[in-house]
Design a protein around this ligand. Structure first.
Ligand code: NAG
Length: 407
């Protein structure tokens, strides 16, 4: 067990290297440094909904007969897991999460792929069946979007089914590089991607709003989002200048990205990944990329909508979340102080005492706007964390942005 903290919440913050080396160190941090902030960020000590990581704890999770359970891929890379996760979050259901490691071996008691859900005693194993079932679940919070609106449900299913026609055919199956490569390893040709983007744009043009089925988010958006999200970052890395968010070429697709980021609070607040992470996942995939390593890193300017109104809506009524993305980033760091310091030490980011100091430097940057450059150690740890963190695995897009944007 690499993690030092005894609280299960620490398990939600998983640094990339956490699986490779067990770490046993004795920390002797100055306990007063971060305590101040713990008091000022009370959400950081409120218990969170259960997120149980089977890679760290392979024994069966505690059963929760009353709540739905979502089994999803642990790194946040699997687009089908993202569909189910987004639906659970949109419906604001009280649920448990069990993380499954598709790369390092699933626990012996788990069979099948990800995602899966247990809802009222039924095991559901297909992402869109999960979306449909959770939409109808009685335990959801009121005033959440209806993913299959009665007057439009035929339309919703139809738009979902078009996905198969519009996305490139004969691509190499891969959850880390979905619909990107041919079986030989070469990227799908630019023209084929362009056709996909054109047809997606046409589909969006036909509706009476910015979403796939009109003015409100539905299951159609949930079904398409994980793939379009990755495309926005990954296509420019494969073909120079091929930007799905290009307003001139695909205006309605560009509006859809904005609508998802500006009008669907759960999406940018928790479920959406970020450019740095999707680029890194693509690099890890590591085969057949036409573009060189450096070009890949520079590609895909970080385009994003204005999500400022999303966080308050997402955090409302959830005591375990902080008041703003900046404070949430700080609270996440605070909750995971032990593992972060251990990780920083293990990887030579900083020595023990200064890592503690560095961490409080970052936190005061986030909470009080203190400039990072006041502490050399804080700058070092910040660079280290920005490279290490994986979004949405470790925190949501908005808190991650706040952390990455820190100067
Ligand atoms: C499609 O894009 C055009 C150009 O930005 C815009 O005027 C129109 O309202 C959009 N249509 C829909 C349905 O979003």
């Amino acid at each position: 067990m690499p993690f030092l903290s005894s609280s299960s919440s620490a398990l939600t913050f998983l640094l990339l290297s956490s699986l490779h080396l067990p770490v046993i160190i004795s920390l002797n941090p100055n306990p007063t440094i971060c305590n101040d902030y713990a008091t000022r960020l009370p959400s950081s000590s409120v218990p969170e909904p259960l997120v149980y990581d089977t890679a760290l704890n392979p024994s069966p999770p505690p059963s929760s007969p009353d709540r739905p359970v979502l089994f999803r891929e642990r790194n946040g890379w699997c687009p089908y897991s993202e569909r189910a996760w987004l639906a659970f979050e949109l419906k604001r259901v009280d649920y448990d999460t069990i993380l499954i490691d598709n790369m390092g071996g699933r626990p012996s008691w788990y069979s099948g792929t990800t995602p899966q859900a247990m809802i009222e005693g039924d095991k559901i194993t297909e992402s869109l069946d999960i979306v449909k079932r959770i939409d109808a679940f009685k335990g959801q919070t009121e005033n959440t979007p209806t993913l299959y609106p009665k007057d439009k449900d035929k339309n919703v299913d139809e738009v979902i089914s078009l996905f198969k026609d519009v996305f490139p055919k004969f691509t190499r199956p891969s959850s880390r590089a979905a619909f990107l490569f041919r079986s030989g390893g070469m990227p799908v040709e630019r023209k084929t991607f362009e056709r996909t983007l054109y047809e997606t744009d046409e589909l969006l043009k036909k509706t009476d709003g910015h979403f796939f089925c009109g003015e409100e988010v539905t299951a159609a958006d949930v079904a398409w989002a994980p793939f379009l999200e990755r495309y926005a970052v990954q296509l420019p890395a494969l073909h120079d200048g091929l930007r799905p968010r290009d307003e001139e070429r695909w205006p309605n697709l560009s509006l859809w990205y904005k609508a998802m980021e500006e009008k669907v609070p759960a999406y940018p607040s928790r479920v959406q990944g970020d450019a740095e992470s999707w680029r890194r996942v693509l690099m890890q995939q590591g085969f057949g990329n036409e573009a060189g390593f450096e070009k890949l890193l520079e590609a895909a300017a970080d385009e994003r909508g204005d999500s400022s109104s999303c966080w308050p809506m997402f955090a409302e009524g959830r005591q375990w979340l902080a008041n703003s993305p900046r404070e949430e980033a700080a609270a996440r760091l605070l909750r995971n102080k032990g593992p972060i310091i251990a990780d920083a030490i293990r990887n030579g980011g900083a020595n023990c005492d200064s890592a503690e100091e560095a961490l409080s430097g970052i936190i005061s940057g986030l909470v009080d706007g203190v400039e990072l450059k006041n502490s050399e150690e804080a700058v070092k740890l910040h660079t280290f964390l920005c490279e290490r963190v994986c979004i949405p695995r470790d925190m949501g897009f908005l808190p991650a942005r706040a952390m990455r944007d820190l100067k």
